[in-house]
Design a protein around this ligand. Sequence first.
Ligand code: URP
Ligand code: ZN
Ligand code: ZN
Ligand code: ZN
Length: 488
Amino acid sequence: SSTKLLIKGGIVVNAHEMEAADVYVEGGIIVSVRPNIKVGDDATVLDATGKFVMPGGIDPHTHLGMEFMGTETIDDFFSGQAAALAGGTTMHIDFVLPVNGSLLSGLEAYEKKSRESCMDYGFHMAITKWDEHTSKEMEIMVKKKGINSFKFFMAYKGSFMVNDELLLEGFKKCKSLGALAMVHAENGDAVCEGQRRMIELGITGPEGHALSRPPVLEGEATARAIRLAGFVNTPLYVVHVMSIDAMEEISKARKSGQKVIGETVLSGLVLNDSWLWDPDFITAAKYVMSPPIRVVGHDKALQAALSMGVLQLVGTDHCTFNSTQKALGIDDFRKIPNGVNGIEERMHLVWNTMVESGQISVTDYVRLTSTECARLFNIYPRKGAIRAGSDADIIILNPNSSFEINAKSHHSRTDTNVYEGWKGKGKVEVTISGGRVVWENDELKVVPSSGKYIEMPPFGYLFNGIDKADAKYLSSMKAPVKRSRATV
Ligand code: URP
Ligand code: ZN
Ligand code: ZN
Ligand code: ZN
């Protein structure tokens, strides 16, 4: 688009600095950032006086249009992205699932699902089995398809779960391709044992979900994945860190110098498990996700870890099912489709919980919601920055106006909201996607098929120095001990 936009009088915030400046946008790209920009009257002017002008949010973890647990998420790419834009998120990275074991078929399916996208998006890929073919397809994904991260599920026994052997093969392959290995860290065998215990006790309701997979199972899997990634010497990204147990393993590894990244999830960061005990089935079931939302205390500890840099970014794991779908598990919590909403709420709730509360600065906010994700997946500074040459994905946030969350007014297709009734200060008043104003005056003006697929190149910054570490490891090995046959 050749739309010309001038954002006047705001405070421009990047991950490391903020300054009073105007932002001029043309053809979907930021052209200049400096005070007192003058333009012709063919440009649309947005007044940002008293407000923050920031890079649009990047959600590193979503599931739109995903077939899962016998059903399909109620938000497809278009509805999920529209919701995202209404909440100030302008890019997301979704997880492609293989189809009949083929990564390429999986990607084709997701290319179809995402065709009508109204904002930019990228893909991670899940690896659920292992053979020569998978290995070759991973190579194609990285070298030709713009995917630089692969997720391994250590849970969901019987469908996605991988064993340690596959984890090691996968980690080795990721390393050789410069791709980031990601894990869903829960011990899937132990989860099955936990579920058996619950059913034996007659606990079939949603609370059984949380009780069957306690933090220790997340801590164990996190520790195991970290140690195996360390053994292979490849960077590791732990998705949806929900517990102190997992967080402490990440903290320990990072202190020792290992390249481990921890992603918090909005739900785990700001909620606790109390609703799971609600006598109304749907009220409880809407909170069911994996790993489960934990008992109060884990939320506060995860916030502290995020503010101190022990954990590095916030995803949503947006994976919505409506009440009818959640009711598939009315007699058995094991059949409740796992997943909660969040793509529309993340920017508001991170502001409210972390900045308003004084735990992080405004520049930290930009880093945690946008810049860090762009850097990790190797698309910075095209994304994650307000500077000349970057994509014009921009939000205007008013720290003095208020937002309110409820299922009646949200833009997701789901009929419930796990953040129902949450009110707070710090509202995203304007969202600009690819240089277009798509959210203003509480109105969405999204354009189908305006979103671009963002290719993410391999060998991001986490791979710096990996070769040196390998060389050091090899040189520390002694030569084989020479033994004469006679001594046998
Ligand atoms: O409950 C969840 N998290 N559903 C989405 C799939 C996953 O494990 O990320
Ligand atoms: Zn997961
Ligand atoms: Zn997920
Ligand atoms: Zn609306």
